[in-house]
Design a protein around this ligand. Structure first.
Ligand SMILES: [Zn+2]
Length: 622
């Protein structure tokens, strides 16, 4: 393993020869053929599989959810498993559980029944497994490669009042995520991934199918990660007809303000006044759902190239309380985001749903997101576009959000900025994002991006390390490689790792593979350290027909330089100096000019995160 100091010392002679550290487990994966040095999955790559069948019921008047599930787990690994690990994320709300965010204490998850491979597991009164967020369950029969195991689990919990990523707003809007016992990831690099759910860190899950039946009072609109299988049973005939006839050129109110009652918003319900909403989802890493009797429901259609000469279409739904400002535009925002992000990889799911309420920000799940807070059009567009960016990273390219938050948050923020600028003409979101990073760059408020999301201080530096800085790092790389090469690399990464589990090295090496360049000198300092870039123009030497611009590197991260000169005839020319042309801390960039150079500007488009732009320009004495 190659060890490097966390910060490149300022006294080091700067050279672009920095090397990415390769962890021992990754070397093993290279040797066993699950990963490759090109960044593509290896010939022996595998992921585990599963199918969930869940029956659940929402009791809004008690703020409770009950459920009964069967998990069919498929061991695609070459290992014989004698145990499985369950994610019991609701236990972050159990008394005494460790967490890194303030949370209401609800009692956590109550387990009522657990049967593993047909054998009941004896539970303590509160449920033997009900305290921690990650619990080991022994398998009575060892699970050999290729074999399946079935687990049956009955459970219930009190839905916490509006909190991080899920919960309820009073008893009128519910959003259920981290709501059912899950099988943890078993992968080629770590085996069982048993990281506890503490609050800040998000999720890492395998891919599988879900068959979910949700019982809710009639009059409550229910939306979920899957495709609704029985609209004619739960909706009025009119609403079911509107749902079936959505078009791209209209925002259709499937359920409008005048319809919000049992028998109008939904079908009338059975004898007990409930309806069962049946959803199915394929090839997803999770399932979330929402419900309210105050929602209206808008629909439209997104259309985008399938990458093979054809066109794909996906329904767009938004569900919101009609008094929430700007939500009447939410379907338009979601349609634009899905269509724009589909340039990276065609959106692979049959619909996308945006639910309003419950939490202050936004949170992504496959095919569904929850977004709360009062918002301007720009703010609502931005959060919609960001959360929908997550449908690509990590929902398609299934990275580990808890340990490598920058991989999904950075990429979603980067894609959000590009989509935002496409929607709101004349904006420059990437520049705003970069300026946010530059305000804390190199200060004690900064922490490296390459760190578990649960290992940041409580004052916001996780946000910069995971969102704004990596988005800025991607934007700058796009300027250095050029949009064609960068875009091809990001598309290749997303396609190669679709429905798989990329590690950061798979991303870095795919960019190197596609660009044909060693980029360790770029990724290592930007992602693993808090070093800064600071270039300066220190002078210009002029002789007949030639002007040589003298540059200085005053930061810790050597970077290419984008140099623009203006001559006294008003002629403007630009050169890009590669990172290899630094000679220690200085560099010389020669221009063939007629006349004298009177102005020099470094990075005139502000595409690189230079921490001090005060020394980026030079003007001749007049
Ligand atoms: Zn995000």
């Amino acid at each position: 393993m190659h060890m490097l100091p966390l910060l490149l010392a300022a006294s080091t002679s700067l050279s672009p020869t920095d090397t990415l550290p390769v962890p021992h487990a990754f070397l093993d994966a290279l040797a066993s053929g699950t990963r490759t040095r090109t960044g593509a999955p290896g010939p022996n790559y595998w992921t585990q599989g599963y199918a969930y069948r869940i029956d659940t019921r929402l009791y809004p008047d008690q703020n409770r959810v009950t459920g009964s599930e069967t998990i069919t787990y498929v061991n695609n690994s070459p290992d014989t498993l004698t145990e499985v690990y369950l994610n019991l994320a609701q236990n972050v709300f159990a008394p005494g559980n460790p967490r890194d965010r303030a949370a209401p204490v609800t009692g956590g998850l109550q387990l009522h029944r657990l049967v593993v491979q047909g054998e009941p597991v004896v539970l303590a009164p509160r449920g033997a497994l009900s305290l921690s967020t990650s619990e080991r369950v022994a398998l009575p029969d060892p699970l050999v490669p290729g074999a399946k195991a079935e687990l049956e689990i009955d459970w219930s919990f009190e839905v916490p009042e509006g909190t991080f990523r899920m919960g309820r707003e009073g008893s009128e809007v519910f959003y259920l995520a981290q709501w059912y016992p899950q099988i943890a990831v078993y992968d080629d690099l770590r085996g069982w991934v048993r990281d506890p759910y503490l609050g800040d860190g998000e999720f890492y899950l395998d891919y599988g199918s879900f068959d979910v039946r949700i019982t809710a009072p009639a009059g409550w609109l229910v939306s979920g990660s899957g495709v609704l299988q029985n609209p004619e049973e739960v909706l009025t005939p009119d609403a079911a007809r509107r749902l079936a006839s959505l078009t791209r050129d209209a925002i259709t109110p499937i359920v409008g303000v005048a319809d919000r009652e049992a028998g109008r918003a939904t079908a009338a319900g059975g004898e007990d006044g409930t309806l069962i909403w049946h959803f199915e989802a394929e090839n997803v890493r999770d399932f979330a759902w929402g419900a309210s009797d105050l929602y209206v429901w808008d629909g439209t259609v997104a259309e985008y190239p399938d990458g093979d000469g054809g066109t794909l279409r996906s329904d767009i739904y938004t569900l919101y309380r009609p008094d929430r400002p700007n939500w009447d535009h939410s379907a338009e925002y979601a349609r634009h985001s899905i269509e724009t992000h589909s340039d990276w990889y065609p959106y692979p799911y049959p619909h996308m749903t945006v639910n309003e309420g419950v939490i202050g920000g936004g949170m992504e799940y496959p095919m569904i997101t929850i977004i709360g807070g009062g918002r301007t059009p720009e703010s609502l567009y931005g959060v919609v576009s960001h959360e929908l960016g997550h449908m690509w990273w990590p929902m398609v390219a299934g990275s580990d959000e808890r340990n490598f938050a920058w991989m999904d948050e950075g990429m979603a923020s980067f894609a959000e900025d590009l989509a935002f600028d496409d929607f709101f003409e004349g904006s420059n979101s990437g520049l705003n994002t970069m300026n946010g990073y530059l305000r804390i760059a190199g200060t004690d408020a900064e922490t490296p991006s390459m760190r578990s999301a649960d290992l940041y201080g409580p004052f916001g530096n996780r946000g910069m390390a995971s969102y704004g800085k990596p988005a800025t790092v991607m934007r700058a790389l796009r300027a250095i490689l050029g949009p064609e090469v960068f875009d091809e690399a990001l598309k290749t990464y997303t396609r190669r790792w679709a429905f798989k589990h990329p590690n950061p090295l798979d991303l870095f090496w795919t960019f190197e593979d596609v660009s044909g360049q060693d980029l360790d000198w770029y990724f290592h300092p930007w992602i693993y350290t808090t070093g800064v870039m600071d270039q300066a123009v220190t002078g210009v030497e002029q002789s007949d027909g030639t002007a040589t611009v003298i540059l200085a590197d005053r930061g810790e991260i050597p970077m290419p330089a984008i140099v623009e000169v203006v001559t006294d005839t008003g002629r403007r020319s630009r050169a890009i100096m590669s990172v290899g042309e630094w000679n220690g801390r200085t560099a010389r960039v020669a221009f063939q000019v007629s006349g004298r150079v009177v102005e020099v500007t470094l990075d005139p488009d502000r595409s690189l995160p230079d921490v001090n732009r005060g020394d980026n320009s030079w003007a001749a004495m007049r």
